[in-house]
Design a protein around this ligand. Structure first.
Ligand code: 3PG
Length: 212
């Protein structure tokens, strides 16, 4: 089972993918891999998301594919059954965290307040998604959380772009960032894989500009 804290070893960015057509999953994942992005989050927001995850897990074993938007115990189980390497939830729920633990699915849970960080760390989780990062206070909030929670690392997601990602990655408590900017809906729709590979390559290079 993957150690969730090692996700950042693969690169600085997790693309957040909203898959409208499951048959696009493998070419999309190939385009991201070609740009050096190996960790992929496919959100469970569309009917074909689980099918897309299964296809990626089967066809591209070099990818580390996870399911995003886990909101319930049933979502956690479905993600595991689809072959996910990890799960991501938008907020913190003890039930979902326990279900992931029970299913052997490493979880990157979302938090946006000090109380939620306390709840997640009390349950043994110390790598957390900070969501929605920009509306919830951005860099200033992450700096403030670093004081009491110096042992917690974050993956800010929500409002991160190619323009502001480096300022988040430069923070001592940010291991990686997540966002949908690598997979613009119109580019996926028209199958513009070379654009997606270019965006992935630029995202991969962010580590050189940021910390760690
Ligand atoms: C999400 O859950 O939708 C992600 O946080 C992506 O947010 P973004 O579209 O602002 O990158």
């Amino acid at each position: 089972m993957l150690d969730i804290e090692t996700l950042g070893d693969h690169g600085p960015v997790i693309p957040v993918i909203v898959l409208q057509r499951p048959e696009r999953a493998v070419p999309l994942a190939e385009a991201l891999l070609a740009g050096g992005v190996k960790v992929l989050e496919v959100t469970l927001r569309t009917p074909g998301a689980l099918r897309g995850i299964e296809a990626i897990a089967r066809a591209l074993p070099q990818a580390v594919v996870g399911a995003g938007t886990l909101r319930s115990v049933a979502d956690a189980r479905a993600a595991r059954a689809a072959g996910c390497a990890f799960g991501v939830s938008p907020g913190y729920s003890r039930e979902v965290a326990a279900a992931c633990r029970g299913a052997g699915l490493p979880l990157l849970p979302g938090v946006s307040t000090a109380s939620e960080v306390m709840a997640a760390s009390a349950d043994g989780l110390s790598f957390l998604k900070f969501f929605p990062a920009v509306p919830a206070g951005g860099v200033a909030m992450l700096n403030a959380l670093h004081g009491p929670f110096a042992d917690v690392l974050f993956c800010p997601t929500g409002g991160i772009t190619a323009a502001n990602a480096a300022s988040f990655l430069a923070l001592p408590n940010v291991r990686m960032v997540g966002g949908s900017w690598l997979t613009p809906a119109d580019a996926v729709e028209r199958g513009d894989w070379s654009l997606i590979t270019r965006l992935a390559r630029e995202a991969t290079a962010l580590r050189e500009h940021g910390a760690q």
